[in-house]
Design a protein around this ligand. Structure first.
Ligand SMILES: [Zn+2]
Ligand SMILES: [Zn+2]
Length: 88
């Protein structure tokens, strides 16, 4: 099993500030506690040897998260890497 750092996920969500880091749209809904619902995603998948670090973790809306897992476009990965580096 992978050890995921809650701090890394928290950092990505704070950097995203309620907006998906891929499509830049606001989170589709809020959690019960009022915080925007975004999912954390590892640009290089942990299963493929990616690291659980701030530079490899982004906050995405559920649609974009699914998209990354279904088609994982090179252009999207490059964009997300830039976004993640800026906030690191
Ligand atoms: Zn999105
Ligand atoms: Zn993911």
């Amino acid at each position: 099993m992978y050890q995921r750092s809650p701090w890394v996920a928290e950092n990505a969500k704070r950097r995203a500030n309620g907006q998906c880091e891929l499509c830049q749209k606001p989170a589709p809904f809020n959690r019960k506690d009022g915080t925007p619902y975004l999912e954390t995603h590892h640009i290089e998948w942990l299963a493929s040897g990616g690291a659980d670090t701030v530079e490899n973790t982004v906050a995405l809306c559920p649609n974009c998260h699914k998209k990354m897992h279904v088609i994982n476009r090179k252009e999207d990965r490059a964009w997300l890497k830039e976004v993640a580096l800026k906030g690191a």
